[in-house]
Design a protein around this ligand. Structure first.
Ligand SMILES: Cc1cc2nc3c(=O)[nH]c(=O)nc-3n(C[C@H](O)[C@H](O)[C@H](O)COP(=O)(O)OP(=O)(O)OC[C@H]3O[C@@H](n4cnc5c(N)ncnc54)[C@H](O)[C@@H]3O)c2cc1C
Length: 412
């Protein structure tokens, strides 16, 4: 495991930087949501903030921020703008996942570059089946060592800012045939890291970006398609077998996603309070018949804001406590098979609550929230993305249910 021993006191200036950057993301966010493109000015600002190096251990040139500290920074940034932050979230996810799986030598080189300000991303999901589908992308062994990668990844968040790529591909025979045996195919699926040197048109050597991102929300993530057409990875770009490696450190994905949606919850509550505490309906006829109706005095609005604030507080506790339990090694007490879904619960809990909150905010604010440009319609669209990133609710419950229904577990 990476040594991450930044004290709370040492962390404070990093959090203050996050508060500053969050304000900038908040300012520029609406423009890039409307234009449906990556938020380009965020690159310089993110690099200058120095926040990208936060989780890099001191031994590799960073401050050594831990999971909980990274979570706090991400939520703070997401409170400013969730779409822009979801892009940089991929950087934190991949520093955490790759950093915990790379050799000392690889970490010195790659995390050393991250400590110097470079940005890393991770396109893994493919079209057939996102993250859980075994990679159809091929890594064909080369006569002089290393592999050439062929295939495409349809979810390349942050590609327009990244300097380093991590991805997964299945090692084939010399002719490019995937293993026919299922278990062999699982074992052959591998985790790679390499340079992401592209020109201003998104063209590189054996690799290119195709701009396909056009979705309901999270516009500024710039989640484009990445084509691999003979992209060369030398032997020292091999990290480990993908499934057995990544599934042991997926807290860096799941809990970072949870942090995005906790930050979004903060924002939903903030915007709802700001609007509903001031809104006046004037003379009304209907459920309330009165000369002058202030929304902040209406029963279901008072209850609604209380409900929202309760969900935020409980979500924060679930996320922070899950991070803390992992930092304290309490996950050792969980059944091994349940480690992944138990970590995933924090993400699914926060995700379900943020979707509930964005819908409820619109119903309380009323029709004006539905108009384009209103922050509430934006939060509603963006929150829908929380359904998809791993783990989703259905799969978490499947993992847990399957485990509990095994006859031998009934004796425990
Ligand atoms: C804004 C955004 C940005 C993203 N950025 C990235 C990125 O940078 N890198 C990246 O790799 N991915 C990224 N993703 C992709 C995301 O991780 C995928 O949505 C996820 O991998 C699920 O894949 P899918 O949505 O294609 O669904 P599918 O995998 O096609 O799932 C379809 C259905 O099958 C079910 N299902 C799938 N597999 C199983 C299984 N094994 N067991 C039981 N049920 C199953 C699902 O629950 C779902 O109901 C991003 C997604 C979004 C929304």
């Amino acid at each position: 495991m990476l040594e991450q021993d930044l004290t709370d006191e040492e962390f404070q200036p990093y959090f203050e930087k996050a508060e500053e950057l969050s304000k900038f993301f908040r300012e520029i966010g609406p423009k890039y949501d409307a234009e449906n493109t990556f938020a380009y000015p965020s690159i310089k600002a993110f690099k200058e903030s120095g926040l990208g190096s936060l989780p890099v251990p001191k031994a590799f040139g960073g401050p050594g921020g831990n999971l909980l500290q990274a979570s706090k920074v991400i939520s703070e940034l997401s409170k400013g703008d969730s779409a822009i932050t979801l892009a940089y979230n991929m950087h934190y996810i991949m520093v955490g996942i790759a950093g915990n799986l790379m050799s000392e030598e690889q970490n010195k080189y790659w995390l050393g570059r991250v400590a110097d300000g470079e940005i890393i991303f991770g396109p893994f999901s493919e079209q057939r089946a996102g993250f859980s589908g075994l990679a159809d992308m091929k890594a064909i062994p080369q006569p002089n060592g290393g592999w050439k990668l062929y295939g495409k990844k349809t979810w390349g968040t942050l590609c327009e800012a990244a300097d380093i790529i991590t991805t997964n591909a299945t090692i084939t025979d010399a002719e490019g045939n995937l293993p026919e045996d299922f278990q062999e195919r699982v074992n052959a699926e591998s985790f790679f890291i390499g340079d992401f040197n592209l020109d201003e048109n998104g063209q590189g050597d054996g690799i290119r970006i195709e701009k396909t991102w056009d979705a309901l929300g999270m516009h500024a993530t710039g989640t484009q398609t990445i084509h691999f057409d003979g992209y060369y990875v030398p032997e020292d770009g091999f990290i480990c077998e993908w499934r057995s490696g990544a599934f042991g450190v997926l807290e860096w994905a799941s809990l970072m996603f949870a942090s995005i949606y906790l930050g979004m919850q903060y924002r939903v509550l903030e915007e709802s309070r700001a609007t509903l505490s001031k809104k006046t309906l004037g003379a009304t006829f209907g459920a309330i018949v009165a000369e002058d109706t202030k929304v902040s005095g209406v029963g279901h609005i008072i209850d609604g804001i209380g409900d929202m604030a309760s969900r935020v507080e409980i979500s924060r506790r679930v996320l922070y406590q899950t991070c803390q339990e992992l930092l304290d090694g309490k996950d050792d007490e969980w059944p091994l098979e349940l480690r992944f879904p138990y970590i995933g619960l924090a993400k699914t809990f926060v995700a379900e609550n943020v979707m509930h909150m964005t819908r409820h905010a619109m119903s309380m604010v009323g029709g004006s929230s539905f108009r384009k440009g209103a922050i509430f319609e934006r939060l509603y669209r963006d929150s829908a993305a929380s359904m998809f990133q791993p783990l989703n609710s259905d799969q978490s419950r499947t993992y847990i249910g399957e485990y509990l229904l095994q006859p031998e577990q009934l004796n425990d």
